[in-house]
Design a protein around this ligand. Structure first.
Ligand code: GSH
Length: 214
């Protein structure tokens, strides 16, 4: 069985959980607590799995992989049904671009180690960190709303089936809610989020449903 290293609140791990669930693949979960013991992601044992000290990672018969989007595409190649990327090459590229807008532009700005660095190295208080999150999470999601506004009124970001775009969107909105980002001017993203949350694969991947939830 695939070993999956994650943490309930990690939005990158949340993406992989949704992909596992959509494809109905069981995995062996190994909890890496991001705050306990100085952050278990920094332990020498875990660094052997992921030298970047980030979750998620997977291990499958000696094959080790990190980076949630790489993991999801690997799962999609290995277990092709249901497809998480459209067949049409233009649409496929747009789905990847949207997923990367979240995973490469928005998400890194909220990372625990980035927030800690702002606080510890630049002596900023929680209010300043919240301003930072409002700028980068709120601003980034506003840009995503503009991208999705150009599409037809689909149930999901790029059609009537969830793709890696939705897989990235839902955990990002979960984080936005956690950091009190105002999304009242993002009706399209909110509607898609609500549609996704009706599906068992998304419900069961929610942080509150994980064995390490606290
Ligand atoms: N680009 C990476 C991001 C991974 C990432 O940032 N993981 C966060 C949790 S969501 C983490 O492990 N943070 C640990 C830390 O900040 O010390 C991916 O998509 O897998």
């Amino acid at each position: 069985m695939i070993k999956f290293y994650g943490y309930f609140r990690s939005s990158a791990a949340y993406r992989c959980r949704i992909a596992f669930n959509l494809k109905k693949i069981d995995y062996d979960f190994i909890s890496i607590h991001l705050r306990k013991d100085g952050g278990q992601q920094n332990s020498p044992e875990y660094k052997r799995i992921n030298p970047q000290s980030l979750v998620p990672s997977i291990e499958d018969n000696g094959f080790v992989l990190s980076q949630s989007l790489a993991i999801i595409e690997w799962l999609d190649d290995k277990y092709p049904i249901p497809k998480l990327l459209p067949i049409d090459i233009n649409l496929r590229a747009q789905v990847r671009a949207f997923a990367q807008s979240i995973a490469c532009e928005i998400h890194p700005m909220q990372n625990l180690r980035v927030q800690n660095y702002i606080k510890d190295e630049f002596n900023q208080d929680d209010k300043k960190v919240n301003n930072w999150l409002e700028r980068w999470l709120g601003g980034g999601l506003t840009e995503c709303e503009e991208i999705i506004k150009k599409n037809k009124n689909f149930n999901f970001c790029f059609g009537d089936q969830p793709t890696i775009a939705d897989i990235c969107l839902v955990p990002q909105i979960f984080s936005a809610q956690r950091f009190n980002i105002n999304m009242s001017d993002m009706p399209k993203l909110t509607a898609i989020y609500n549609n996704c949350c009706q599906l068992d694969a998304f419900k069961d991947a929610h942080p509150s449903q994980q064995p390490d939830y606290e």
